[in-house]
Design a protein around this ligand. Structure first.
Ligand SMILES: NC(=O)c1ccc[n+]([C@@H]2O[C@H](COP(=O)([O-])OP(=O)(O)OC[C@H]3O[C@@H](n4cnc5c(N)ncnc54)[C@H](OP(=O)(O)O)[C@@H]3O)[C@@H](O)[C@H]2O)c1
Length: 243
């Protein structure tokens, strides 16, 4: 594949290493400084977009206009998200979004859903999410924490919404911490008078995110529509590799 990296920061550089290791070529490395007024991606088979929340919607619609499938991992642009999905559908584009591309985190998402399904019946437990990331991260709470929270809300009947801060009877609290160079830690904690149940994922580095983004890019070529990690993880393609 000929890959355009839209966003060539920490993630773009990590994706480049993984992509070259899987015998793909990088045909464009685009950052805010060399972007120019208009993105031009004519040599690319696919664009992998890990940039800045303020730039993401425009980057995605530009890729769709140029008939380039776009795999996006930028977080913190929730307000524009539906517009991107609609644009993809209305223009026969190809758009894949995941708040977290790490295969391990996606297993953690499944564990989170399964645990929430159990805990909905144990109403004396409070639920709380904590996430820790490096000090350069621009969005808070993390996109991964929001994905975890939404799955908990779908499965625990007593919770109505999430908020930044403490949990209350019907609100799921998310606490965010920014420190050092931590690639990403997410914890979900259930607590009552007698015990605490915690599940936790620690990213050791950024490689897992990059591997996931490149594997998804290989899979999405030739498809059209809007896709998520569930589509990828449930595809026949992956069953042999993961289950
Ligand atoms: N989904 C996942 O699995 C996952 C995993 C890790 C990170 N992320 C997310 O990915 C995003 C990028 O993370 P990072 O650590 O790579 O950030 P980073 O090191 O700050 O890099 C961001 C890159 O985007 C570029 N950029 C900014 N505005 C742009 C624009 N208008 N067009 C094109 N490129 C633009 C920056 O260019 P300059 O250098 O010129 O400013 C820089 O190259 C963040 O939202 C982060 O939360 C997602």
């Amino acid at each position: 594949m000929n890959i355009a990296l839209v966003g060539y920061g920490k993630m773009g550089k990590e994706i480049e290493k993984v992509a070259i290791g899987r015998e793909h070529s990088i045909v464009d490395r685009i950052s805010a400084t060399n972007r120019g007024k208009h993105l031009n991606l004519h040599d690319a088979d696919i664009a992998i977009e890990f940039s800045h929340p303020g730039a993401t919607l425009q980057n995605i619609t530009t890729c769709i206009d140029q008939k380039i499938p776009v795999v996006c991992g930028t977080t913190g642009w929730v307000k524009d998200f539906d517009a991107a999905v609609d644009y993809c559908k209305n223009h026969n584009g190809t758009f894949f979004y995941a708040s977290n591309f790490s295969p391990g985190v996606n297993m953690f998402f499944k564990l989170n859903r399964a645990l929430a399904k159990i805990m909905t019946r144990f109403t004396d437990y409070s639920v709380h999410i904590e996430e820790v990331h490096h000090v350069h991260k621009k969005d808070s709470p993390s996109g991964t924490a929001i994905t975890l929270a939404e799955a908990i809300l779908q499965n625990i009947n007593r919770l109505d919404k999430w908020q930044v801060g403490n949990s209350t009877n019907n609100i799921l609290g998310i606490h965010s911490e920014r420190t050092g160079e931590v690639p990403g830690i997410h914890k979900i904690r259930y607590e009552n008078d007698t015990d605490i149940i915690t599940i936790r994922h620690d990213a050791k580095n950024r490689k897992g995110f990059a591997v996931g983004a490149v594997m998804v890019s290989e899979w999405i070529i030739g498809k059209s529509g809007y896709f998520t990690m569930d589509d990828y993880l449930n595809s026949d393609h992956l069953k042999f590799a993961f289950y």
